[in-house]
Write a protein that binds this ligand. Structure first.
Ligand code: HEM
Length: 214
């Protein structure tokens, strides 16, 4: 799963960011708002650090690297955080001026807030030395970062499965599905792989106390 995630994250970043590096608005994949001169620039300032965060994220989940090279983990973590702060501010602008419709604006605005909130919580927990909590918040945060990849996957799937449907409807559904789907997968992973073992251990520890007659 990690390999699939890492390859698709890097692959998507390498393929989707270049149109926003040329400085030529005609290269934009998305239709731009003709009334907003800075629309293309907002997508560039969003996509470049967004792509960097997407590509760096998987490295941070490699246990061996984190244990053996803690300084590298810290440096990459800071670059990841700064990238998301810049990408999310630009995303808020892109969401405000997009011509993709109101439902898309609402979805991206929620995504921006959740992206920043989970990042802030991850940072706060590690500053307090709460390592497990930091991991949980980073899983949530990267699940949101990875929505950029699943969005395009759902979009391609939707276009293949429903060629007669309007592009805007498929795009809107793909945006919402990518956010909800990734959040659900992240929460499932957190509960099954992290919280359930802790809860079982706690229950085993409490069992003798609970079975003691009063
Ligand atoms: C998870 C938080 C993210 C939010 C809230 C967000 C928000 C947005 C918004 C509002 C747009 C314009 C959409 C439109 O006009 O319909 C956009 C486009 C774009 N985003 Fe993001 N994005 C996020 C993550 C990422 C990441 C991690 C990347 C990594 C490369 C990325 C790359 C792009 C690209 C390349 C575009 C231009 C559209 C395209 O060419 O397909 N985004 N994003």
């Amino acid at each position: 799963m990690w390999g699939l995630m890492a390859v698709s994250a890097v692959g998507f970043a390498v393929q989707s960011v270049p149109p926003y590096l040329s400085g030529d608005a005609a290269d934009a994949v998305l239709p731009l708002n003709p009334d907003v001169a800075l629309h293309y620039l907002s997508l560039t300032v969003h996509a470049v650090p967004g792509g960097l965060a997407l590509a760096l994220g998987p490295l941070q989940f490699v246990n061996r690297l984190r244990v053996r090279r803690p300084t590298l983990h810290r440096v990459v973590g800071r670059v990841y955080m700064m990238s998301i702060v810049i990408a999310s501010i630009a995303a808020a602008v892109a969401a405000a001026v997009t011509i993709s419709g109101f439902a898309v604006q609402v979805a991206f605005s929620i995504l921006v807030m959740a992206w920043l909130y989970t990042l802030a919580m991850a940072y706060r927990s590690i500053r307090r030395g709460e390592v497990q909590l930091h991991r949980i918040w980073m899983i949530r945060n990267y699940a949101l970062t990875f929505a950029a990849v699943t969005l395009r996957a759902y979009l391609l799937l939707g276009l293949q499965l429903s060629p007669s449907m309007e592009f805007e409807a498929i795009y809107t559904a793909a945006v919402w599905a990518s956010i909800l789907g990734n959040v659900l997968v992240a929460e499932y992973f957190i509960v099954q792989r992290m919280l359930a073992p802790l809860a079982r251990r706690q229950q085993r520890r409490d069992a003798p106390l609970l079975s003691t007659p009063v």
